[in-house]
Design a protein around this ligand. Sequence first.
Ligand code: SF4
Length: 462
Amino acid sequence: MALTGLQIQKLLPKTNCKECGSNTCLAFAMKLAAKKADLAACPYASEEAKRVLGAAAEAPVRGIALGPQKALKLGEETVLYRHERTFVHQTAIAVNVCDTDPPEQTNATLKAIKDYVLERVGEESRVDAVCISQGGENASGFVALAKKAWELTGRPLVLRGKTVDAVRSAAVAVMGSHSILCCPDAESADELWPVAKENEHALAITAPTLDELAAVAERTKQAGFNDLLLSFQTHSPAERFQTATIARRTAIRDNFKPLGYPTLRFVGTVPLSQQFERRGQSPSHAADLETTVQAVTEIAKYGGVVVLPRFDPAELAALMTLRLNIYTDPQKPIQVEPKVYPVGDPTPDSPVFVTTNFSLTYFIVSGEIENSGISAWLVVPECEGMSVLTAWAAGKFSGESIARFCKEVGLADQVRTRKLVIPGYVAQISGELEEGLPGWQVLVGPQEAADLESFIKAKVVA
Ligand code: SF4
């Protein structure tokens, strides 16, 4: 739980010696509370102050790092709602493969997982992990598949064996992958945490209820292992939603450490499917819907890792787009570099358009220009990642600032045309822009990017 400035001040020496760079201990405490200073700047801080402030600085949801470079980060969350500050690490998406699937199908799935990339607003999304499930009784097939998946994809694994021995063997076989070992039941945590520790993996613990799960987490932590994930046992979409919310709320609002871990959830179970079957709908349609509903719930409600039952590029695209929307930091708009972008294969005589450097705006406008079939130059000045109207209202997209940018990048030397198309929403800056760029004619384009194609056909290439 975050401490206030006054609470922190009580822990400081209160001598106002100024050695920390602040005039008083209270001023320094206020900076610490706002995370604008480090306690190390006070040479007289007591061990008690270091202990209490260190614990308070810990995120309520513990951070876990997975993968060969430990590049896949989970947890470290501090808020329940994104608008309170930001979410720190997005839900990792894993795809399941089973040791009883035909080898050619498994190979194709692993290759598809490795190659899949979704590019949207300049961001690339990939499948983060591979879940290896043991379907048969023979652990050797499970272990061999885990090894193959690790070698082929280089992604961290979720090792879901039926027994402690099977998980142990797979954990040893993929040491270095920093994967997740799944406990088959609540009791197996005691046997598997030493395996996870020795082979540098994380451990997903499970139990029938949240109280029992918290007890397993506390026991494992006390025993000496704390790289844990929580795997809830729920039996309906409503219970899934409620359990995730209760656990995260308890961890963040009450600072309850035994539930302060990222989660691991499997989707694609059948209760809703059975309900649909009873209504006469096709089981496969119901199962697909069930999977998607569950995955959306996980992404929207604090999921650490969500395991999809199959590789489906269409479903992945939808889920990754949803994830991008939720986990983008609202305080840091996604933006593209300010510069003059070629769209298609423009020549010095190609038309010139202007828009802001908010990624979504840039990609939509450049996409619409491409759709019109012409090549063009797209001038994108620095607007701090704001959309057209917001940037204009903030004084970042004015006639004067656009003219200044065009001069800085030497636009007049790069193109022969002397016409510039601006967004229709900022028609009022056309006069100021023409004043700033003598010899140029400013055309006012449409308000909506969707109307660019018809505008271009009517006014630009006509
Ligand atoms: Fe107070 Fe420590 Fe700063 Fe001195 S250095 S003013 S004791 S906080």
